[in-house]
Design a protein around this ligand. Structure first.
Ligand SMILES: CC(=O)N[C@H]1[C@@H](OP(=O)(O)OP(=O)(O)OC[C@H]2O[C@@H](n3ccc(=O)[nH]c3=O)[C@H](O)[C@@H]2O)O[C@H](CO)[C@@H](O)[C@@H]1O
Ligand SMILES: C=C(OP(=O)(O)O)C(=O)O
Length: 437
């Protein structure tokens, strides 16, 4: 079964929208709940496929799971749980599956990593930095059927570690292991993305002792046990940017609830490179285009304006496709540089189907020559959430019917996405089919 998005583009998107929570904050938090035997209540939990997969794991462990996606309230209680690391399988095709390991080790002294925990097909996405973290905390790792099997003794061993690069989920796994380790652990080159910070806030609410959240050095003082409690998620900055960009690319006027404009200065400057002014006022953000989308000329002669994406506080790499879509529409040329992934720019051929001129100059870089006339098209999304969104953005800006084939990755991160943008005036519908729509 495949899920395609049918888009009748050309309508300017207008209105107000409240974003959901950030999948990349919600998932490590869900994994972290395995570390406590006390009840946890989460508010603002989005109805996305990755969340459903983790909740299915909890049910199979025997945990109490009560979720109401309408209100976004999730009650979890992991008390009498059971797990067989050889027989039981964990979710695949999602990166966060790897963050179940510390909770399983803490409960059962055993865990597993499935063969496919790459998530979006953005490139290599190695697991070695994770394995290294688990080994430093004292786990033994060996290859088993369909993945790796891990075993650890009673308490994990505190340690001092410096990673090759600032990895989001490796940092989160380090914190998850260190929270209950027998002493103080430190991590250098820690990731500091907003979702890593939000995850650390949740851990602190459970009673974890973390210093340096939001910086590149974390110190975690292990505690004997963690408690329970309540936690509310904030708005997802990926969704804030997505809705703003959809308003801008369709010539509309979308206002998006955003309680963290302090995280936006670089994002706002990136929008400005395409002629989009982002205004933040009273908890709401708004994208304004004066005239038409146009690339801002640099003062330096004979250079290409560029957008660089890298670990925070750079522009987040998952936002890059959204700006590529703006680059295709804006008059002028821009170089996009994905400093993280070696396979994140593979989709320029799909843009060409709309008549766009985009050139992939190497695995990390693409140049857009924007402002060319575009026509509706049938395009194929790779298994990359934000690329499906970027293709939809381009389609929504062109009058006529386009089809985004295999757009299901959208459902991994954006709940009720088609409904949300339909309320803003888009004409979008899902089609589930075995055949071509
Ligand atoms: C569930 C979750 O939170 N997923 C996010 C998380 O994935 P994830 O934690 O898997 O991403 P990492 O930060 O580990 O980076 C992914 C890959 O990029 C490469 N790499 C990364 C950084 C670097 O400086 N050098 C380098 O080579 C490595 O091959 C690495 O495996 O962070 C990514 C980078 O923000 C986001 O795209 C993902 O949405
Ligand atoms: C790449 C993403 O997620 P994952 O790491 O789960 O594949 C994403 O959220 O854009």
């Amino acid at each position: 079964m495949s899920s395609h998005l049918i888009v009748h583009g050309g309508a300017p998107l207008k209105g107000r929208v409240t974003p959901s929570a950030n999948k990349n904050a919600v998932l490590p938090v869900l994994c972290a709940t395995l570390l406590t035997r006390e009840p946890v209540r989460l508010r603002g939990v989005p109805d996305i496929t990755d969340v459903r997969k983790i909740l299915d794991v909890f049910r199979s462990l025997g945990s109490s799971v009560s979720v109401d996606f309408e209100s976004g309230i999730l009650d979890l209680h992991h008390r009498d749980t059971r797990f067989d690391p050889v027989q039981d399988r964990l979710p695949e095709e999602m990166r966060s599956s790897i963050m179940l390991v510390p909770g399983l080790l803490a409960r059962f002294g055993a865990a597993r990593i499935e063969d496919d925990v790459k998530g979006c097909t953005l490139g290599a996405r190695e697991i070695d930095p994770h394995v290294e973290v688990f080994e430093r905390f004292g786990a033994q790792v060996e290859r088993g059927g369909h993945g790796l099997l891990l075993r650890a003794g009673a308490a994990l061993r505190p340690n001092h570690h410096w990673t090759d690069y600032a990895s989001v989920t490796t940092t989160e796994n380090f914190v998850l292991c260190a929270a209950l380790a027998d002493g103080t652990s430190t991590l250098m080159n820690a990731a500091s993305e907003p979702h890593v910070q939000e995850f650390c806030q949740f851990m602190a609410m459970l009673g974890a002792r973390i210093e340096g959240a939001g910086t590149s050095r974390l110190a975690i003082h292990g505690v004997r046990e963690l408690g329970g409690g309540e936690f509310s998620f904030t708005e997802d900055f990926h969704e804030v940017v997505t809705f703003l960009a959809l308003g801008a690319i369709t010539g509309g006027d979308v206002r998006v609830k955003n309680s963290r404009p302090d995280q936006f200065p670089l994002i706002d400057r990136t929008f400005a490179k395409f002629g989009v002014r982002v205004l933040h006022d009273d908890g709401w953000s708004r994208a304004v285009v004066d005239g038409k989308l146009k690339v801002k000329e640099p003062f330096t002669p004979n250079i290409l304006p560029k957008v660089e994406a890298a670990p925070w506080p750079y522009l987040p790499v998952d936002l890059l496709p959204i700006f590529v879509a703006l680059g295709v529409k804006a008059e002028g040329s821009v170089m996009f540089w994905n400093k993280v992934y070696d396979g994140g720019m593979c989709w320029t051929t799909e843009l060409a189907k709309f008549g766009a001129h985009a050139f992939q100059s190497d695995p990390h870089r693409t140049v857009t020559f924007g402002g060319k006339p575009l026509a509706p098209a049938e395009v194929e999304s790779p298994y990359i959430i934000r690329v499906a969104i970027a293709l939809l953005m381009v389609a929504a800006s062109i009058p006529g019917k386009s089809v985004i084939r295999n757009a299901a990755p959208v459902r991994r991160a954006h709940p009720r996405f088609a409904e949300n943008i339909t309320r803003l005036g888009a004409q979008v519908e899902w089609v589930e089919t075995c055949a071509k729509p």
